[in-house]
Write a protein that binds this ligand. Structure first.
Ligand code: ADP
Length: 191
């Protein structure tokens, strides 16, 4: 199973990614989490990425693509993976196509979570109080949303045209949203 999970900042991608990936027994690969881990380790990648992240901008494709390629090459991703936060640009879509083609597989679905813009800001500001993330300030949150609209929203049309887009209403409780994702993917819930 090879899935991508898309949606604007605050849509709940990280939370849902873990549940869905666990269900399929595949790793949830979050580019944001990998970048943050590198920032806290002070690695070369972290140093490069930090200034973009703190400004709410995307890390350059070349850096991001290389990182995802390395992660996907790991053994646990052989049976499949769920990508959370990648691809976010058209160039990343192409790059991912190449990576998956190389393995002889195909992307099964692109799930996009939709949430009202005002609800997104409210969720992120609430998260800001506990996350300690340096990019969870109101100004940077607004910039992240603009960047999403400009650079990532067009990807929805790309996957719709390929017939693998799965749109899911991301409003409501975590459990409600999980249930909708599984229904949309035709998964029979356990228990
Ligand atoms: P959010 O979706 O809430 O913005 P993430 O944790 O997914 O948060 O990402 C945090 C930051 O990491 C982004 O604002 C961006 O700077 C960087 N990032 C994550 N994924 C990508 C990507 N695919 N391409 C470029 N930059 C990325």
């Amino acid at each position: 199973m090879r899935l991508i999970l898309m949606g604007p900042p605050g849509a709940g991608k990280g939370t849902q990614a873990q549940v869905v990936a666990d269900h399929f027994g595949i790793p949830a690969i979050s580019t944001g989490d990998i970048f943050r881990a590198n920032v806290s380790q002070g690695s070369e990648l972290g140093v490069e990425a930090q200034r973009f992240m703190d400004a709410g901008e995307y890390v350059p494709d070349e850096i991001t693509n290389r990182m995802v390629r390395n992660r996907i090459d790991e053994k646990d991703a052989e049976p499949g993976f769920l990508l959370d936060g990648y691809p976010r640009t058209l160039a990343q879509v192409e790059e991912l196509d190449g990576m998956i083609k190389f393995t002889g597989h195909a992307l099964d679905a692109a799930v996009v979570l939709t949430v009202d813009p005002e609800e997104l800001v409210a969720r992120l500001l609430q998260r800001a109080e506990s996350s300690g993330r340096s990019d969870d300030t109101e100004e940077v949150i607004r910039r992240r949303q603009e960047v999403y609209t400009e650079q990532t929203e067009p990807l929805i049309g790309v996957y719709r045209d390929r017939g693998i887009l799965v749109e899911v209403d991301g409003m409501g409780t975590v459990d409600e949203v999980t249930k909708r994702i599984f229904e949309a993917l035709d998964v029979i819930p356990e228990s």
